[in-house]
Design a protein. Structure first.
Length: 95
């Protein structure tokens, strides 16, 4: 159920490296994406946030939650890609 309109809720939709209008990034890893998100929320002065990832964005969202867990309160994954079914540093570093 969707409640009444709010003026204190925002969606920020950055393109991950190598997707959409972003610049190429040959050394992209899930950990580097989480660091990009940390820099973005720091710049925007956002103390805490939630993250959503769909399809191939699922692993990226999971990395953000894993590495920024104290600031990333909730992580929602919709039909997440499982080709990165690894654990720990292997997953985060794209090994």
């Amino acid at each position: 159920m969707i409640g009444p309109p709010r003026d204190d809720l925002y969606m920020i939709l950055p393109d991950r490296p190598n997707y959409g209008q972003s610049s190429p990034h040959k050394d992209y890893t899930f950990a580097s994406w989480a660091e990009d998100v940390r820099e973005l929320v720091d710049h925007l002065k956002i103390e805490c946030f939630h993250v959503i990832g769909a399809s191939s964005g699922g692993p990226s969202a999971l990395a953000v939650k894993s590495l920024l867990g104290n600031r990333c309160k909730k992580c929602v994954i919709i039909s997440g890609d499982t080709q990165y079914a690894k654990t720990g540093d292997e997953f985060l570093n794209g090994e």
